[in-house]
Design a protein around this ligand. Structure first.
Ligand code: PEP
Ligand code: MN
Length: 366
């Protein structure tokens, strides 16, 4: 972090800034005096400094941040790819891991039939969503939770696959874990809800973390850092934090109405460059259209995603939720071609981009 003082700033003003950095954050400062102005360089983990508390001090012109605010999720602090073990299934590194299944559990028959279809297509981790966060309260929002969790168990028994399930309500976490949910997903609508994120920092269960419709990379990775750091509001460690975060890119809102959301393929290598966490991508919720899911999947994989998550339904025309973006017979081809594309490009690595003058990441996919 670099702090520029205004021209003519007094020694008292400069000392006050230094006192704040040293006193509040325990960091070291180095002062440089140039032609008419003073520059203070902050040494150490400046990611913990709240720049608003520095900018407001008299005599400060501007604060330039060099380190990110999402330390635990940043590749600068953890250079190697993180690989997460979901009960024997690896996510991250050189693995391509496919998450798939129905958008929502509707009935036992629909859920189990869709689950078997997904397993036969080559899916590694099954979507088994009991609770749906929907935009409108009049839309299908899932079964009563305990009934939904019974069906999750039936899906696991029928396929032998680990399952991912979205957590919307903190009160359901214990029931999810007791029912054997292997991965907890945080959806776009709750992606920055810190009480939920903090609660997940107290367990070790892997978490798929999406970003909100309008979140940028910094906001998304800061949400990941909430789960990973295990810090409470006083900055105390409440435990070790939960290192098992899997990022899921799902597209953002744009002015374009031809697709449901706008999927920016170039975000895949950018995010992989900035973060060591596994990154999967969701071609169903980003495109909103079954006819687009296949090609968008290949695009994500070619761009360097560590996996995909997409909707597979045994009868998409009758689905109660998001049937339009669910595939059925195409699923097997998508999984096998995605794996071919991944293998073809495995040696190439993923450049992380140089936006903002940050050095490109090392090749990460070996
Ligand atoms: C989902 O995965 O079912 C979902 C609702 O996606 P998102 O949170 O990305 O909208
Ligand atoms: Mn959906």
């Amino acid at each position: 972090m670099i702090i520029h003082m205004v021209e003519g700033a007094t020694d008292e003003q400069t000392d006050r800034v230094i006192d704040r950095i040293v006193g509040d954050y325990g960091l070291q400062c180095q002062t440089m005096v140039g032609a008419g102005s003073i520059v203070i360089g902050v040494k150490g983990m400046a990611g913990i400094v709240d720049e608003g508390r520095v900018t407001e001090l008299p005599g400060v012109d501007r604060v330039i941040r060099i380190t990110e605010k999402y330390k635990d999720a940043s590749r600068n602090f953890h250079h190697e790819d993180t690989i997460i073990n979901v009960n024997g299934t690896l996510v991250g590194g050189s693995n391509l891991t496919i998450f798939g299944g129905p958008c929502a559990i509707e009935t036992e028959e629909q859920a189990v039939e869709s689950a078997v279809l997904a397993r036969d297509a080559g899916v590694d981790i099954l979507r088994a969503f009991v609770d749906k966060s929907r935009t409108s309260p009049y839309d299908y929002r899932g079964l009563e939770i305990s009934r939904g969790l019974e069906i999750v168990k039936a899906m696991k028994a029928a396929t032998g696959l680990p399952v991912v399930c979205e957590l919307i309500d903190l009160r359901h976490l214990d029931a999810f874990l007791e029912a054997g949910i292997d991965v907890v997903q945080i959806g776009a609508r709750s992606a920055q809800y810190s009480p939920l994120l903090e609660e997940l920092s107290r367990i070790r269960t892997p978490v798929v973390l999406k970003h909100g419709f309008g979140n940028d990379l910094n906001e998304w990775l800061c949400a990941a850092a909430y789960i990973m750091s295990g810090l409470d509001r006083e900055g105390r460690h409440t435990g070790e934090g939960n290192p098992n975060v899997i990022l899921c890119y799902r597209g953002i809102r744009s002015f374009e109405s031809e697709t449901r959301f706008a999927a920016d393929i170039s975000m895949i290598p950018v995010v992989r460059g900035k973060s060591h966490l596994p990154l999967i991508a969701d071609p169903s919720h980003s495109s909103g259209d079954r006819g687009l899911v296949e090609r968008v999947s290949y695009g994500f994989v070619a761009a360097g995603a560590n996996g995909l998550e997409f909707d597979i339904h045994c009868n998409p025309e009758e689905a109660l939720c998001d049937g339009r973006q669910a595939v059925r017979e195409e699923a097997g081809r998508i999984v096998s071609r995605a794996r071919q594309i991944h293998d073809l490009l495995a040696e190439d690595g993923v450049a992380g981009g140089v936006a903002g003058g940050v050095a490109a990441a090392a090749a990460v996919s070996k």
